[in-house]
Design a protein around this ligand. Structure first.
Ligand code: HBI
Ligand code: FE
Length: 293
């Protein structure tokens, strides 16, 4: 099944779920900000073994595919042997960029999520996927959140950008424009590509924690690859249950920062009047960047 979902529908589903029992994770112990205590010694031997398998498979795929910054930073985290203790990484991260990690039971409401980001706290889910979900999960788990998202938080420019995103999220909620900002989040933080002297590289967490898309996004001739532009990206629908049909490419992290910096209110007003673009659009005048060979 390949559906292009509109963001609003996706998040509505999550909202409906967030007070029901169908969200994964244990929400019974969390505080008002959805923070829990990670029981890092409570993971089973099977879970630790699954973590190592996930880590090893993914680490092997990184050279030549992940951006340098990610690889360097991941190496320093030293999380290959066991499911990391979030408190310990949080301390190191706080020294590096002033960010902290907080443990959460799973998906949390948009407002709370953006409040955390705006305060330089990254929510990391505590549960780990089951063995049969090795290649694919719908909701983020600790492997996606930690392996995919945490390394780049050690980079000062990316770290500032994500805090800005959190503040932008709170504003977008007030302006009833979350679906537009969520698309930008999806196409950058989750599925972004970056140019390097050696060719395209991935920096998006959804790609970096995926065994298949990390190669597909760089070398397949099928998807579009377009220079990142805030308004274009915010108009573009995306896939949640297949590889992306379009990737947006940044020149460097300053480019990402600059795209995220302006006040989006005028953009929201303009695109509210327009039809959303299908996930596979290529507009007149747009350059489709060539894949790596
Ligand atoms: N909750 N735990 C968690 N992780 C997310 O990535 C997340 C979330 N809640 C909402 C949310 N993301 C979205 O609002 C963003 O992806 C835009
Ligand atoms: Fe994510």
């Amino acid at each position: 099944m390949n559906t292009t979902v509109d963001q609003a529908d996706f998040f509505k589903t999550l909202e409906e779920k967030s007070d029901g029992a169908s969200l994964r994770g244990d929400y019974s112990q969390c505080d008002a900000q959805y923070v829990v205590r990670q029981d890092s010694s409570g993971y089973t031997a099977e879970q630790q073994a699954l973590w190592r398998k996930l880590y090893q498979r993914q680490a092997k795929l990184l050279p030549g595919r992940a951006c340098e910054l990610f690889i360097d930073s991941l190496g320093k985290l030293d999380a290959s042997a066991e499911i990391p203790c979030l408190e310990r990484t949080s301390e190191a991260l706080h020294k590096a960029t002033g960010w902290q990690l907080v443990a959460v039971p799973g998906l949390i409401p948009d407002l709370t999520f953006f409040e955390h980001l705006a305060e330089r706290r990254f929510p990391v889910t505590v549960w780990l996927r089951e063995p049969h979900e090795f290649d694919y999960i719908v909701e983020p788990d600790i492997f996606h959140d930690f392996f995919g998202h945490v390394p780049l938080l050690f980079n000062p420019i990316f770290a500032d950008h994500l805090q800005q995103f959190g503040k932008g999220g709170l504003k977008a909620l007030r302006l009833d424009a979350l679906k537009y900002l969520a698309r930008l989040y999806w196409y950058t933080v989750e599925f972004g590509l970056i140019e390097s002297p050696q060719g395209l590289r991935a920096y998006g967490a959804g790609i970096l924690s995926s065994g298949g898309e990390i190669e597909y996004c760089l070398t397949s001739p099928k998807p579009r690859r377009i220079a990142l532009d805030a308004e274009r990206t915010m108009r573009t629908l995306y896939k949640i249950d297949s590889y992306q049909e379009t990737y947006f490419v940044i020149r460097d992290y300053q480019h990402l920062f600059d795209v995220t910096a302006p006040d989006f209110a005028p953009i929201y007003e303009r695109i509210r009047m327009e039809e959303a673009l299908p996930a596979n659009s290529l507009l007149p005048g747009e350059i489709n960047i060539a894949p790596n060979r």
